[in-house]
Design a protein around this ligand. Structure first.
Ligand code: AGP
Length: 594
């Protein structure tokens, strides 16, 4: 869950590496470092953010170098544990994203062979192994070293006397960027878009040798050809466009994201209905797999698909998948992942493929691992999402599920036509929520003074309560729990009181009356209640301490307007509490380790 980058070319590498690393900090930012080919290999690293490192660095000559921004897994954030890591003589430097499972055993072996280790990391075995096998050919030594490694990795290797970068990947993302008089290795596309939009996606098991004017890729000892891709979205997309934080910018992009994502599916005139993986009429059930916010989308997807297709759907945590037996006959699986790189979700997809269960991936990143290993992929068109907290990707994933379910729906055509019509109005409805920002700021000020909060919802809005709680946790650092409203009385009631506000999501569907009852029960136990309800709902005005209104929509779409409102609530609460909104502590945008 780190970001790695390498550059070899005609230009000074230091500013390029630092600029690319600053674009990779959403992957981890507890420490960083660079290694430059100058007088031999010079390494500069520390437990600081990239900007802080930049300020401490001397001007280093050298047009070849590698860099790393870290999210600690083995060894606390410190100068010694920061990457790059070196071999005994400082002639080989490595940056690594991933986890080496057998590093303890390899380390013991290498120490017995006279190698000295200085860090607590798993990665440090890599340069020592390469040193052990080095006989003047770096890529051969890397190939040999990787044969000893068990685990996941994306690496970039630099050697003091070889003007090249050797790159390799297994279960972690890695691309090669083809530049003008210089080439790159990087964890993902946004890192190098300032310099090139020509990229090659490496496959698991690929080893690349990159010089300033050539790129060779080998696999199992043989040269292989990998397609070059031209990246269409511009660098502008990842700058804040005048907003204070990426999160607020991305929340405000959602009307456009809905149009772009829906537009994608209707542009070809061919309704998305023609998905090969869904073409089998014998589908009897669906399994949706994901992590974090994407899992909450899967839970909402269960309600949508069950209502529109009338088949049973299981929404399961990808990180739990495989710990219990599953009957998957006649089941279609949908893996939902913004980054397309979440290790738990990737592992689940691989498990499903082992048992020949067809997998449809819904992802936001073209060329990501999920899109390459799934049987088919639907891309959401949210554009690059920089803020660690998922917002626009969440809504884009929901759009994909609505369209998928509507394309295969078995409901009465009049109802379907009404739903399609309402779907087209969603961008306007979401804009209305955004226009009601002030009211949410008020409630955020109220909420920012509390350390414990409950979110409650029922039916299709239960997962929305979970998502609201997750957002408040990850950006405002408030301990908040999402709960099925009917469950509160089975325990959490004990925690209610004036210090524990409750946010109730009230939709005008078959859960309405029960939600009113739950609000009364919560108030009776002294908790302040903030309700999220449709405009003009007088009953709620009398019941709740404060009401945030959302525009009236078909209950099927209520998760969209409710989630956007809760995203804004979390954002303004975090702002009130001065939290580092885009880069919350201990988190990263793409979790590429299990
Ligand atoms: C959500 O705000 C978090 N960033 C996190 O829970 C995220 O949803 C989860 O890590 C899954 O990521 P993915 O969609 O890229 O697979």
């Amino acid at each position: 869950m780190c970001g790695i980058v390498g550059y070899i070319g005609d230009k000074l590498a230091q500013p390029i590496l630092l600029n690319c690393l600053s674009k990779l900090e959403y992957r981890g930012y507890d420490s960083c470092g660079i290694a430059m080919l100058s007088n031999g290999i010079e390494v500069y690293k520390d437990a600081v953010r990239v900007e802080a490192l930049r300020k401490t660095l001397p001007q280093i000559k050298g047009t070849t170098g590698i860099g790393h921004t870290r999210w600690a897994t083995h060894g606390k954030p410190s100068k010694l544990n920061a990457h790059p890591h070196l071999d005994c003589n400082g002639n080989i430097a490595v940056v690594h994203n991933g986890i080496i499972n057998n590093f303890q055993q390899l380390k013991r072996q290498l120490i017995s062979e006279g190698h000295n280790f200085v860090s607590e990391t798993d990665t440090e075995v890599m340069p020592h192994l390469i040193e052990k096998y080095y006989d003047g050919n770096l890529e051969k030594a890397v190939e040999a070293a990787l044969r000893d490694i068990e685990g996941s990795y994306a690496i970039i290797v630099l050697a003091a006397n070889e003007p090249k970068l050797v790159v390799a990947r297994k279960d972690c993302p890695l691309i090669i960027g083809i530049g003008d008089r210089g080439n790159f290795g990087a964890s993902d596309v946004p890192a190098i878009l300032d310099y090139t939009n020509r990229v090659i996606y490496l496959e698991d098991g690929d080893i690349g040798v990159v010089t300033k004017d050539s790129i060779k890729i080998r696999r199992d000892g043989a040269e292989v050809d990998r397609k070059e891709h031209k990246i269409l979205w511009s660098i502008k997309d990842d700058q804040k466009a005048g907003y204070e934080h990426f999160m607020l910018k991305e929340i405000h992009e959602q009307p456009k994201v809905i149009r772009d994502t829906l537009g994608e599916y209707t542009r070809e005139a061919e309704p998305v209905a023609d998905l090969a993986v869904m073409r089998d009429s014998g589908i009897e059930s669906m399994l949706m797999l994901a992590c974090g916010s994407s899992y909450h989308v899967a839970m909402i997807g269960k309600y949508i698909v069950e209502e529109l297709l009338g088949i049973p759907v299981r929404a399961e945590l990808a990180s739990e998948f495989g710990y219990f037996n599953q009957t998957l006959a006649k089941t279609r699986a949908i893996a939902i992942t913004q980054s397309g790189e979440t290790a738990d979700t990737i592992k689940a997809i691989k498990r499903l493929k082992e048992v020949r269960c067809k997998v449809l991936a819904i992802t936001n990143v073209v060329g990501s691992t999920a899109s390459r290993i799934a049987d088919q992929t639907i891309y959401t068109r949210a554009g690059p999402e920089i803020s660690v907290a998922a917002t626009k990707s969440f809504i884009a994933q929901l759009m994909a599920l609505y369209w998928l379910a509507m394309s295969y729906s078995r409901i009465d055509s009049r109802r379907l036509t009404d739903l399609i019509l309402e779907l087209r109005h969603l961008p306007t409805k979401v804009q209305q929520v955004l226009d009601n920002e002030d009211k949410l700021m008020e409630n955020a000020t109220f909420l920012s003074g509390y350390e414990n909060v409950f979110f409650i919802g029922r039916g299709i809005n239960f997962p929305v309560a979970l998502e609201g709680a997750l957002k408040l946790k990850e950006v405002a650092y408030i301990h908040s729990e999402g709960y099925a409203a009917g469950e509160l009385k089975h325990g959490p009631f004990a925690l209610l009181g004036s210090n524990t506000p409750v946010i109730a999501i009230v939709a005008h569907d078959n859960t309405y009356e029960a939600m009113l009852t739950n609000i009364k029960e919560v108030r009776a136990r002294g908790s302040p209640v903030m309700a999220l309800a449709e405009e003009g709902d007088e009953a709620i005005e009398d019941l709740a301490d404060s009401v945030v209104t959302v525009p009236e929509v078909d209950p099927m779409f209520s998760p969209v307007v409710n989630t956007v409102a809760l995203q804004l609530l979390a954002y303004y609460t975090a702002k009130k509490r001065d939290c580092p909104i885009d880069f919350p502590r201990n988190l990263a945008k793409s979790v590429t380790v299990e």
